[in-house]
Design a protein around this ligand. Structure first.
Ligand SMILES: C[S@@+](CC[C@H](N)C(=O)[O-])C[C@H]1O[C@@H](n2cnc3c(N)ncnc32)[C@H](O)[C@@H]1O
Length: 256
């Protein structure tokens, strides 16, 4: 009997060690991937022989709006990881529900990535449309559905939206009108900053009464330049600044 329990303990210990090694490996891979992203390395160098299925890099857990949220990340693209702007804006929305009441509001998220922010908006009672590049949508849909099914007032929608492309055709105003547009960490080293600003202007236009909430970690000089263009395009208020995370959250409305 004693021998058996010693064997059991040894097996348990071995399993715990294996789990620790696996976790360390995932953390290392994540760190390396983040470093590559920060160094601006292109991530679309996947070889033709590599499977196109998602490799589950990590599973992040959060607690917002009274619910446990579990997010599946993957390694293929920028949209596959949760970025600090999303976490900061989720926290802000949860803490400021009086000021930013999302209940029964139409909310659009651009560059939704893994979907954390859209999930939280949905759990806070909004009718959400989460958008991103076409290749991001399957993981986004997976995360949205598994975290909102049976929990949210409205089933969130997922649709492709490439910044600056076919906006008048696919999202004509005023048929596609949103009370809030959310954008988290959509500004980093990419060539679409002008298209991104056009997209923001498309949805947050004079007369629309739309409020745009943009949260971003400020990393590069180009982020500051974008911030200047953003400020001259809209009436803006700095809602929060998180020095530790280097994240700023802005509110913007159209210049009438
Ligand atoms: C840094 S990630 C942020 C993801 C998510 N908002 C977050 O904070 O966790 C930027 C997101 O913008 C999307 N994106 C980049 N370029 C885009 C474009 N031209 N049109 C639409 N989405 C784009 C990416 O696919 C990605 O999901």
């Amino acid at each position: 009997m004693e021998k058996l329990s010693r064997v059991g303990q040894a097996v348990q210990q071995k399993n715990a060690e294996r789990q620790r090694e696996e976790n360390n490996k995932i953390q290392d891979e994540k760190l390396q991937l983040n470093q590559k992203m920060m160094a601006g390395e292109a991530l679309d160098r996947r070889n033709i022989w590599e499977p196109s299925v998602y490799y589950a890099l990590g599973k992040e857990s959060f607690y917002f709006a009274g619910h446990d949220i579990s997010i599946r990340e993957s390694i293929d693209t920028y949209g596959a990881l949760i970025w600090p702007g999303a976490v900061a804006l989720c926290q802000f929305l949860e803490n400021n529900q009086q000021q930013m009441n999302l209940m029964d509001k139409a909310v659009l998220e651009i560059g939704a990535g893994t979907g954390l922010l859209s999930i939280v908006a949905s759990l806070l009672g909004a009718w959400v449309t989460a958008t991103d590049l076409p290749e991001i949508l399957s993981n986004l849909t997976f995360n949205l559905l598994r975290n909102t099914k049976g929990r949210s007032r409205y089933t969130p929608q997922v649709t492709a939206l490439t910044w600056g492309q076919d906006l008048e055709r696919d999202f004509p105003y005023p048929s596609y009108h949103y009370d809030y547009v959310l954008a988290a960490d959509v500004v980093y080293h990419h060539d679409c900053l002008e298209a991104l600003l056009d997209t923001m202007r498309h949805f947050c236009r004079p007369g629309s009464q739309t409020t745009l909430l943009w949260a971003n970690k400020i990393r590069f000089q180009s982020d500051l330049r974008f911030t200047e263009s953003f400020k001259s395009s809209f009436n803006t208020t700095l809602l929060a600044e998180l020095p530790q995370q280097e994240v700023r959250i802005y509110k913007a409305t159209a210049k009438e």
